[in-house]
Ligand binder design. Structure first.
Ligand SMILES: NC(=O)c1ccc[n+]([C@@H]2O[C@H](COP(=O)([O-])OP(=O)(O)OC[C@H]3O[C@@H](n4cnc5c(N)ncnc54)[C@H](OP(=O)(O)O)[C@@H]3O)[C@@H](O)[C@H]2O)c1
Length: 270
């Protein structure tokens, strides 16, 4: 198994959610490694700006932009058709696009919840289904799923988001097993609080615990890409986050959700 991201030079990576936060840093670090990129999200201006930045800093790579709302019913298929239509193979799939919805489950509309669950769980699974068979046929592929520390326990105020991220955590770890021997590996990255646009989008004001635990996006991405290159099934960036995830195994299950709630709770949901 290759161990250095520079070994992806000349390969093509598809990065979803590349218009802000972790996705931008995935694109930057993969470009630095010499990887050609296909970047996608809804905000075209951000994608074009990133393409221009990378074209200047890394003139030897190609960067293609696809503007797409992944909440659309056939979005994954459209993405696959567009890229294969160019005659391009995807060697590295970074399933990063996603977002949370903060607050009580019943106070959110079903349409909003369904779209969030689709983007966080169904789309990464469908993209894996569409792209991994080609990777296996060619004998090489790397697939990363961005889950969350929220995946490790029931999390009131992020009930549907945490459940969606649990699903992708379990799916990604199972893919790591199923793909053994194919030359394709799958890795799940489960970040804790990271400085991106996540809270702005979810509608939550950062709690004290979140401010204390906040990590920087380039560090989280570096951890994820290193785990990806080592073929690890799963990684939680940051030793405090890792310790918190491990500690949930030793706390009686009925208490875990109370601790998660205490860490997420702020004035907006009392
Ligand atoms: N930051 C954290 O604390 C944290 C913690 C744990 C897990 N995560 C996970 O990390 C991943 C990246 O999030 P982030 O923290 O970098 O947040 P972010 O800055 O808000 O970025 C989210 C990205 O996902 C894209 N996206 C959202 N909805 C989309 C849709 N319907 N169609 C296409 N693209 C969509 C956004 O692009 P457009 O809006 O332009 O479409 C954006 O590029 C997510 O899966 C998130 O759940 C984040």
């Amino acid at each position: 198994m290759t161990a250095n991201v520079s070994e992806l030079a000349g390969k093509t990576a598809l990065v979803t959610g590349a218009s802000s936060g972790l996705g931008v840093d995935f694109a930057r670090q993969l470009a630095e490694a010499g990887c050609n990129l296909v970047i996608t999200a809804r905000r075209e201006d951000r994608l074009i700006a990133l393409k221009q930045e990378l074209a200047t800093s890394h003139p030897g790579i190609t960067v293609d932009v696809i503007v797409m709302d992944l909440a659309g019913r056939n979005a994954a298929q459209q993405l696959h058709e567009e890229i294969t239509g160019w005659g391009r193979d995807v060697d590295v799939l970074i399933n990063n696009a996603g977002y949370g919805l903060f607050g009580w489950f019943l106070e959110r509309s079903w349409d909003d919840l369904e779209a969030m669950v689709r983007v966080n769980t169904l789309v990464p699974q469908e993209l894996t289904h569409l792209f991994a068979s080609g990777m296996a046929r060619r004998g090489f592929g790397r697939i990363l799923f961005v889950s969350s520390m929220a995946a490790y326990q029931a999390t009131p105020t992020y009930a549907a988001y945490a459940a969606a991220k649990s699903k992708i955590l379990l799916f990604g770890e199972a893919m790591n097993f199923e793909l053994r021997g194919t030359g394709v590996s799958a890795t799940v990255l489960s970040p804790g609080m990271t400085r991106t646009e996540f809270l702005e989008v979810s509608g939550q004001k950062a709690t004290l615990a979140q401010r204390i635990l906040m990590m920087e996006s380039p560090d989280v991405v570096r951890t994820g890409l290193s785990a990806l290159m080592h073929g690890k099934a799963s990684v939680v960036p940051g030793w405090i986050n890792t310790a918190l995830v491990v500690s949930t195994k030793f706390v009686p299950r009925p208490m875990v959700k109370w601790i998660a709630y205490a860490m997420m709770r702020n004035d907006e949901v009392d």
